[in-house]
Design a protein around this ligand. Sequence first.
Ligand code: FES
Length: 104
Amino acid sequence: TTSGILIGRVGDFPEGEIRPAAMPDGTILAIYNVGGAIYATADLCTHGEASLSEEGILTGNIVECPWHFGTFDVTSGAPTGMPCTVPLKTFPVKVIEDGVYVQL
Ligand code: FES
């Protein structure tokens, strides 16, 4: 559908936290709640393939990868701290009523 892939309810994504979401093809995305707004990025750090949804630390809109302490802005995917230099892929998120949808 045009609304995207339903990944859960708003309450499944608590503020300040990161959760994984599986896409139909098995790909995992990392889903972040930043101050009540929900964002989606690729799950794997672009530096060394750590899982951000499992091991990332979210502070405001910045996720830190625990492997080598690189950081990204989850709202844009931009790398914000070394050694990460390649952006994370981001995906638009829509909240419709209580449903959270990701557009691939
Ligand atoms: Fe994420 Fe190296 S794997 S910073």
